[in-house]
Design a protein around this ligand. Structure first.
Ligand code: SAH
Length: 292
């Protein structure tokens, strides 16, 4: 019987290429890997930023994993919750560089799954919301690898809670719509007339670089130009910023502001119902930490 040696990977941003990771992990014997017992892959949502928003199930599975593939929405604080012995492999996009192709990520998951190890794919927010869940699950299913999905707090819920903006409100909005501002062809081809006439609260994911297109598109197709819009930057983290404006003024309001991303854009009258929440109450008590 041949055993696989899992090298201690030092992940530096220069090393992040699909071939680099694949060679290091699986170089010796693809044929041997195929004979090993089939492993299992957990596709886990980590929530939007605050590590305490991880579910108990996610936390337990992170402790039990052999290898964790994570993306750029996973914060350093979350990574610190993973035991040192666990292989942590970055498969995301950092500063616009080293964007690993989805097909390559699927291949890595399949190879790792076939090795018989206990694998976690850790994603920001909830895996089923703009998280390419279907593609990864499909690849695993094709190779008969067992998988399960663990939900996470999606950015909309996290940002709503930490910014005090409700997503629905009895007076203003009976429904909420999650919209991606990022499409395959790199163009926003939203159904503007449908979005602009909607009474839903609109939550745009991946929209920070398209804020002009979003505000102009909604106004052009009939949404009132003083409709409130909010940007929540790095929501549910210590660096959260909330910017509130109107569709017509948002571009001007944003001038000179330094937003880091990820950021969520909320459009709707619910923003008028914002309450200032006391974020200090959500912080971990340092005294408690020290004494435990
Ligand atoms: N699966 C994730 C979304 C992935 S798409 C989820 O359920 O949240 C990535 C987009 O999510 C970002 O461009 C941004 O719009 C949003 N996002 C993720 N984390 C965020 C955060 N902490 N604050 C604000 N927006 C966030």
């Amino acid at each position: 019987m041949t055993t696989l040696n899992w090298p201690q990977l030092k992940i530096s941003s220069d090393l992040i290429t699909f071939d680099g990771i694949k060679n290091l992990l699986f170089k010796s014997n693809n044929k041997t890997i195929n004979k090993k017992p089939i492993g299992q892959v957990y596709l886990i949502g980590a929530g939007p930023g605050d590590p305490e928003l991880l579910t108990l199930k996610a936390y337990r599975l992170l402790q039990e994993a052999d290898i964790i593939f994570y993306d750029s929405l996973i914060t350093d604080e979350m990574l610190q919750l993973i035991p040192n012995k666990t292989e942590k492999i970055f498969v995301g996009k950092r500063c616009g560089k080293h964007s690993m192709k989805q097909q390559n990520i699927c291949d890595l998951l399949v190879n790792a799954g076939l090795s018989g190890k206990n694998i976690v794919r850790l994603k920001g927010g909830d895996p089923s919301i703009f998280g390419r869940l279907a593609e990864e699950a499909d690849a695993l299913k094709t190779h008969n690898i067992k998988f399960a999905v663990v939900p996470g707090v999606t950015a909309a819920s996290g940002c709503a809670a930490y910014s005090g903006i409700p997503l629905t409100h009895r007076e203003y909005s009976q429904s909420v719509r999650f919209v991606t501002a990022h499409l395959k062809q790199d163009e926003l081809q939203a159904d503007w007339s449908n979005l602009a006439s909607s009474k839903d609260t609109l939550v745009f994911y991946m929209g920070l670089n398209r804020i002009n297109q979003i505000s102009e598109g909604l106004i052009k197709f009939g949404m009132q130009n003083d409709m409130p819009i909010a940007i929540i930057d790095k929501g549910a983290t210590n660096q959260q910023q909330v910017i509130i404006s109107t569709l017509k003024d948002i571009t001007h309001t944003m001038k000179g502001l330094k937003l880091l991303g990820p950021a969520l854009i909320v459009v709707g009258k619910v923003i008028n119902a914002r309450q200032i929440v006391d974020l200090e109450m959500l912080k971990m008590s340092e005294v408690e930490n020290e004494s435990s």
